[in-house]
Design a binder for this molecule. Sequence first.
Ligand code: ZN
Length: 400
Amino acid sequence: MAGFVLLLGLLIRDVGRMLLLVMNIQLFKELCEATGAPGFEYGIRDLIIKTVTPLADSVTVDNIGNVIAVIKGKSSDKKIMCAAHMDEIGFIVRHIDDNGFIRILPLGGFDPKTLTAQRVTVHGTKDLPGCMGVKPIHVMAPEERTKMPAVTDFVVDLGMPKEEVEKYVSIGDSITRIGDLVEMGDCLNVKSIDNRGGCFLLIEAIRAIVEAGQKPDYDLYAVFSVQEEVGLRGAQVATIAIQPDFSFALDVTIAFDTPGSGAHDKCTVLGKGTAIKVYDGTLITDSRMVKFQQALCEENSIPYQLELLAAGGTDAGAMQKFSAGGSIAGAVSIPVRNVHQSIEMAHKTDVQASVDLLAACFTSLSRWDWTWERKVRTLAPKAEACEAKPAAKKRCCRKK
Ligand SMILES: [Zn+2]
């Protein structure tokens, strides 16, 4: 009987997860397909404000453009900051030549070999489709064929003469990639999973808590930050304003699990679960936070993997050090193939596991021992369990 109940419970949970996935692919698609190069986060900001407002107690936009949604917690003794950057790598118009071709500068770190002949949108007084052009292979010298182009070698071709281009486009306008969502097996293939995937996690974790009638343990400042791709700028500003005690960054990480990768440089593998960050170029994750997240995954049967990213970083690097006295910082990452290329790929299981872990983090912080004492820690039992079972209450809820 117990086995049957357990089976039924798992079935209900898994069906629930499946429904959640089916219901939210549309939101994932809309977030990834929205536009917003660093410093030009207009399209994505509007979408996020519209989506998060019904779930939050307040939503504001600061001077640099971060969206900050506050969800009141069970206690206001401490602050949780969770940042998902909403900018995507893009370009800025540097020059329009006599034939109407646009010269560009990158906003963020591209892998230039993946840009050839990609479609982009130029955000002038109206959005215009363009195409990234470089010299065709037929007219390249032999040595040029093996040389990787630089981002600045590309021109954006709008298919229009200079006079027509200049009616709509000015120096300093932004450019973003085009890459609609396509489902491939259990994977999602689309531009800018970095980091609209992170924005999705934050929205869906808040939704999961709110719809379950729960609250985060402490006041939650959900920050959809700007200009991460050019140096964690929005998160830095928001951290100084919020001064969090606990902080989480939500972002993507490398899944170099394709043919040719060595066992040690895969970083993560698609479909093996959410990634708990241990290390990256900007952060040594607070070791108490790593253990806390692992304990939550074990408790809730959430598949996870540990992430050590040799180079690159996330907003957690800013949040850890720009709060007075520092914050206890960690990160939840979505494993992604082809990061910072024209199209990225994530697995639905990993996305859902990340939502589940994040929601558990927000509602379980007070169950962990955050002292620096060196010892093995376990999660304190859930308060609900204490209330439901008088015997358990006696054990776990007694005042010391
Ligand atoms: Zn990112």
